[in-house]
Design a protein around this ligand. Structure first.
Ligand code: NAD
Length: 369
């Protein structure tokens, strides 16, 4: 059997991929991976929001069709989709931060809900003028479930909900996508649309505010203690390459099989759920320093427990998590340490980590179903 890399390149090489959110953390990694697979990528997103930013470190602006555009601008988004005529769409652009969503709920809903509907509407227009097959993966989150904070492992049929503006905006994006699928993309439609609900991702190149790993690295670089808001919160942590591999495997198989047009969870094995304090402790094994509990009982609500069932993705896509918790943290800290020592090595390092992940995936027997 050919390797996962060979299988994915057979599908994506020379294909047109419309990727929203390519200036962000996950989008930049996905753009890099798609370029390694030989795809022609059109990125559509806002200007990079952090300094430094992985998008620039990978020099993506010169390696793909780079477009600054707002998903709230339906006309521009539609023009871009209609003129590029993609084979694949990966929709990652979003306002992705829970705490920011409390400050800016309307911006969050406009971006995450209307942005998603604008993309779906553009695909509806595209199918009127083109009959070629399109596979679209709309990225939401595991936070889209009605989270009762018990030990339930949520599977794809559990009720949607979301306590805060971010989580509920993603549940709304899920509902809107399902409605478009039933109303416009069923039966003979050439557009196959799925949604992907991933857990908390970590990995090199995330420079966002308000996320535990970038916060920890910023503190370690300055030789300061890491302040931890919610040390006992348990999350389905995974390396960024895990859900991205899931999105690529889903897109590849969705293109062939309309039956896969639905929702998929991507998370770690259930025994790999760890709390924030475990993450920080593991980080400190590779980059010594200290941390302090800065729990604030008056802080805005953020879910403390979240478990995901990944059975559907394992059974139907042949996807499975590859790196365990320790390796996930080791690879993440390795990336930031090397970046700290030699920022110019970032692109080579990112590419090496993708190759290393593909090799480990192959060794674990991961392949398209
Ligand atoms: N990082 C995580 O732990 C995590 C977990 C689950 C789901 N997700 C989802 O994955 C996706 C990517 O997340 P990320 O961590 O890379 O976020 P990020 O903040 O690093 O990147 C967000 C991207 O969306 C773009 N964007 C934001 N608003 C936009 C707008 N109005 N128009 C066009 N582009 C816009 C930004 O320019 C950027 O390219 C999001 O949909 C997020 O909800 C992330």
């Amino acid at each position: 059997m050919s390797s996962l890399h060979a299988q994915l390149s057979n599908i994506y090489r020379g294909k047109k991929v419309f990727l929203t959110g390519h200036t962000g953390f996950k989008g930049a990694w996905l753009a890099e991976w798609l370029l390694q697979l030989g795809a022609e990528v059109h990125g559509y997103a806002l200007e990079p929001a952090t300094t430094p930013v992985l998008f620039q470190q990978l020099n993506l602006a010169s390696r793909l069709h780079h477009q600054i555009g707002d998903v709230r601008n339906f006309k521009l988004l539609q023009e871009s989709i209609l003129s590029f005529q993609p084979d694949f769409v990966f929709h990652l652009a979003a306002q992705p931060l829970v705490r920011y969503s409390y400050q800016e709920p309307l911006e969050t809903y406009e971006t995450n809900v209307m942005g998603t509907l604008h993309l779906l509407e553009a695909l509806r227009e595209l199918q009127k003028i083109s009959s070629h097959r399109i596979a679209a993966v709309m990225v939401t989150t595991d936070k889209c479930y009605e989270n009762k904070e018990d030990q339930t492992a949520y599977h794809e049929d559990h009720p949607l909900g979301g306590h805060d503006p971010y989580s509920s905006s993603k549940a709304m994006a899920e509902i809107g996508t399902a409605a478009y699928r039933r109303s416009y993309f069923s039966n003979a439609s050439a557009v196959h649309v799925a949604t992907a609900r991933a857990g908390n991702v970590i990995g090199g190149g995330d420079w966002s505010a308000d996320r535990i790993v970038p916060d920890a690295i910023r503190a370690l670089e300055k030789k300061e203690p890491i302040f931890v808001r919610n040390p006992s919160s348990v999350r389905p942590w995974q390396h960024v390459l895990e859900p991205l591999c899931g999105y690529l495997m889903l897109g590849a198989q969705l293109m062939q099989d309309r039956e896969l047009a639905g929702a998929f969870n991507f998370g770690p094995h259930p025994e790999e759920n760890y709390c924030v304090a475990d993450v920080v402790t593991e980080v400190l094994k590779s980059w010594p320093g200290s941390w302090q509990d800065r729990s604030d009982p008056t802080a805005l609500h953020e879910a403390r427990h979240l478990n995901l069932s990944i059975k559907k993705a394992v059974d139907l896509l042949g996807w499975s998590p590859v790196w365990n918790f320790e390796k996930t943290i080791t690879k993440t800290v390795e990336w930031y340490r090397l970046h700290h020592e030699d920022p110019k090595s970032t692109r080579a390092l990112t590419q090496e980590q993708i190759v290393s992940y593909e090799a480990d995936a192959e060794a674990s027997g991961i392949s398209l179903s």
